[in-house]
Each structure stands twice: as structure tokens, then as C-alpha cells.
Design a protein around this ligand. Structure first.
Ligand SMILES: Nc1ncnc2c1ncn2[C@@H]1O[C@H](COP(=O)(O)OP(=O)(O)OP(=O)(O)O)[C@@H](O)[C@H]1O
Ligand SMILES: [Mg+2]
Length: 338
């Protein structure tokens, strides 16, 4: 009898390996190769409880609040006075100005210094929550946008769980925002000091990448050998890099542990773990395999647009609830009559 299924290769990952990938652990050694970042650390308990509580409590409108967050607040009727009243009613609820004013001020100062930023916690960015901002990106031009993104993200919730599990200090990373071309983002898999695969990170087809693959591989090999290996404590890791035109300098965006939890993109983990040959693949989406990956990223973490709109507007919530109730009643009536 033959087995027609693959046996999963074991891939142990230590606590230390995961801790090495915390942003503040590696950033100092890679400053020259990474977008400018500021790290607020350690985050007070109040800030963590704020992220963990249900709902999103924003501070009262301030003069620099974006039109977007101002509208949100107005819809909820959260003027300064009734916001303060609410505060007295629900006393164990965390709110920025009352419970972590210092961090709140630090975030504002950093945005003032760097301009728009993109936030992340120890390991993850709220990539699944871009739907909550009007520009549909993780670009934050003011502090309330940082709160909206972090609160709406499941990936951030996973970071909180992992941080509690490992009992480590939490940190908020604010990276200076730049308009990055997703076609030029790559994920490099390094095992025991050797590159075992490179994948395009954004799973769309970009025809102009194909003739450049060999040139990119040379640059990535050099980057891993000359920049990563001498500075990073592990010999196995997965890095996200950015290679803007004119394709000379590689920028480090993130370091991830070499574990199954890290998305292998156009590879399978079994392939990466068992790779022994010389000469690895740089995999790109081709015209032919585009369909396989066409599903929307983070779709499992997204909610329908009308639910989002409704969550920001109490009248819309009521309407939506009424619509759903009617629909359910209709379905019930139909199944009763069958
Ligand atoms: N400074 C920046 N300016 C603009 N966009 C950025 C910046 N840094 C990162 N990004 C974008 O955010 C995306 C996610 O960033 P990052 O890799 O740090 O998140 P992550 O949560 O660790 O992702 P993963 O779970 O895939 O490891 C990047 O792929 C990039 O498109
Ligand atoms: Mg990452």
C-alpha cells in the first residue's frame, strides 16, 4: 500500500526564538536597514486592558482629530460632557486620557515628529483591520486612528494572548509611514543560515517582476549573508523585506520566527523544512496560477461593509438589526409553511 498523503515534518520553535522576533529586540541592530520607528515600552496595564475590552472608546474630539474620527464620535453622541458622564457610570472601563495619558501623549508626540505612522505591537500589525479607516490602509495620521486600528484587529488580540503566555512586556511600535509598492515586498525563508526560498508577499500578478528574479536573488543572498546572519541571534528565521527601485538597497520590514505559524505564502512548510538542494526558488505569481490566490487576504477577519458602517452609527445599527429581524422572521415563516 502506498501513502498518498504527506507526513508533517516536525518544526520545534523555542520561546527564545519567538522573543528574538519582538520588534524592540532586533530593531537597534538593524536601524540602518529599517524604516524609522519609535517604540513605546513597556506599555502600562491600563493600555493592554483598553485593547482587551469590548468596544472602542475614543477620547473626546480635539482640534487635531481627523474628520473621520470626529464624525465617528459625533455619531455616537460622544461630546466631551456626556463622555465624562458615561465615564462615571462605567468605572472599570479604560479610557485614554484618564487611564494612560502619558502613552496617549507619547503617541501624539511621535506622530508630530514622524508624520503619519503605521502601528504594531510586539510582533504583529493590525493588517486585518484596515477596513476601519477611510483610506483602507494602516496609515495613521492621528492618535485616534491608532486606537481604532488596534482595537479592531484580531491579529493584535493574538499578540496580546501570546505576550501573556510568554509573560513578556508589551510594546507599541510606530513606524514612519511611506507609500510602499506591495509588488516589491518579499518574504525570505532562512534555515540554518541558508536561504531556502523567497516568495512574493502580495499575491497578485506583476508581469515586470519575472525578468528581475535573478537580480533580486543576488541582492537577497547578500543581504542575508552580510546584514542578517552577523546581527541576528538565530540561524533560522523568516524576514519580510522591501526592494524599491532602482533595486539596489534591501529594507528590512519585519523578522518572523521560522515556524509553521508564519505564513509560507507560495511555499508549503514541508517544502521549506526539507529543502536541501543548492539554488532555491524565488516564487512569483504567474499568469497561470493567479486564480488560486485570488481570494481576498484577511477575509476571515473582515466583516461586511454595512456592519462596519452600522458600528459607527447608532441609527444604522438599529436599521440593520431591524432588517435582520425581518429576514429571520421571513425565513422562519417560510420554513413553518413547508
Ligand atoms: N513603514 C511602513 N509604511 C507603510 N507600510 C508599511 C510600513 N511597514 C510595513 N508596512 C506594510 O504593512 C505590512 C505589514 O507589516 P508587518 O510585516 O510588520 O506586519 P506583520 O503583522 O508582522 O505581518 P505578518 O503577520 O505577515 O508577519 C507590510 O507588508 C507592508 O505592506
Ligand atoms: Mg511579521
Amino acid at each position: 500500500m502506498t501513502t498518498d498523503y504527506a507526513v508533517l515534518s516536525d518544526l520545534p520553535c523555542s520561546k527564545e526564538q519567538i522573543e528574538n522576533c519582538i520588534y524592540s529586540k532586533w530593531y537597534p541592530a538593524f536601524k540602518r536597514f529599517t524604516p524609522k520607528s519609535r517604540i513605546i515600552k513597556p506599555l502600562p496595564n491600563e493600555f493592554i486592558r483598553y485593547l482587551e475590552q469590548d468596544g472602542i472608546k475614543l477620547p473626546p474630539p480635539e482640534h487635531e482629530a481627523s474628520v473621520y474620527t470626529r464624525v465617528t464620535i459625533d455619531h455616537d453622541g460622544n461630546t466631551r460632557e456626556n463622555w465624562e458622564k458615561q465615564g462615571k457610570q462605567e468605572s472599570d472601563e479604560m479610557r485614554p486620557i484618564e487611564h494612560f495619558l502619558q502613552v496617549h501623549q507619547q503617541i501624539k508626540d511621535i506622530i508630530q515628529e514622524l508624520g503619519p505612522v503605521t502601528p504594531k505591537l510586539n510582533w504583529s500589525s493590525p493588517r486585518d483591520a484596515t477596513w476601519i479607516l477611510p483610506n483602507n490602509t494602516t496609515k495613521c495620521s492621528e492618535v485616534n486612528e491608532v486606537y481604532l486600528l488596534l482595537n479592531a484587529s484580531n491579529y493584535i488580540m493574538h499578540d496580546l494572548e501570546l505576550g501573556h503566555e510568554l509573560n513578556c512586556e508589551f510594546e507599541l511600535v510606530l513606524r514612519q509611514w511611506f507609500a510602499l509598492n506591495p509588488a516589491l515586498e518579499f518574504r525570505i525563508f532562512v534555515k540554518d543560515g541558508k536561504v531556502v526560498g523567497v516568495s512574493q508577499r502580495d499575491l497578485n500578478y506583476y508581469h515586470y517582476l519575472h525578468p528581475l528574479a535573478d537580480q533580486f536573488k543576488n541582492l537577497f543572498d547578500r543581504f542575508v549573508k552580510e546584514v542578517m546572519i552577523p546581527r541576528f541571534p538565530d540561524k533560522s528565521f523568516v524576514i519580510d523585506v522591501y526592494l524599491p527601485r532602482p533595486f539596489e538597497k534591501v529594507y528590512l520590514i519585519d523578522i518572523n520566527p521560522f515556524t509553521r505559524k508564519t505564513d509560507p505564502l507560495l511555499f508549503s512548510w514541508n517544502e521549506l523544512i526539507n529543502f536541501e538542494a543548492e539554488g532555491y526558488d524565488l516564487r512569483l505569481i504567474s499568469e497561470n496560477n493567479i486564480g488560486r490566490f485570488a481570494s481576498k487576504e484577511h477575509s476571515e477577519n473582515q466583516v461586511p461593509r454595512d456592519v462596519v458602517d452600522a458600528s459607527l452609527d447608532p441609527n444604522a445599527i438599529r436599521e440593520l438589526a431591524e432588517k435582520w429581524t425581518k429576514l429571520l422572521e421571513q425565513q422562519q415563516a417560510e420554513s413553518d409553511s413547508e
